[in-house]
Design a protein around this ligand. Sequence first.
Ligand code: 5GP
Length: 193
Amino acid sequence: MNFLEERISKDGLVKEGNVLKVDSFLNHQMDVALLDQIGEEFYRRFKDKPITKVLTIEASGIAIAYAVARCFGVPMIFAKKAKSINIDGDMYTAEVESFTHKNKNKVIVSKKFLSSDDRVLIVDDFLANGCALQGLISITEAAGATVEGIGIAIEKGFQFGGRSIRNLGYHLESLAIVESMDAATQTVRFREP
Ligand code: 5GP
């Protein structure tokens, strides 16, 4: 098991409805040393790519994306959940359905911060059905920028997001891929590398 798989086994909580709670170390209370380690691991996996921006979605991707961007020495952008329906033409927008909240959000990135010269590393905490990633990919491509890679902390391999993103040809790296999990026994099984 790698460092993240070990931490999930120790402190993750399996909830009904295919939800893994990691809020004691990743997305509510944050273990900043673990986040640094995640940043370094994504740097190791993508350092040969000419990354100019790291892109994520608010809220829980932000800390991971910060750690990654710090290693690459590039800016980090997070797509914001738009409060207003009147979005002006200065924004790239995408519709994203939330896996955990079951609602739809419009997310926006200002055109000021992404351009056709950018080589983007997309980062998020979880990959389930892939809606969040599809939104970030469509924003990147609307800007004419290149998706150089996608880094996910925890992929739930039993949901279809990972397969569909890989089938589209993107270079997707997940630090932990959960093969199965069981709320009754609190067991989490990981995909072998
Ligand atoms: P997707 O868009 O791939 O269906 O879901 C990804 C998003 O939903 C992530 O940004 C993450 O915030 C949230 N998410 C999906 N599955 C889980 C989960 O099992 N646990 C937690 N904490 N968040 C999840």
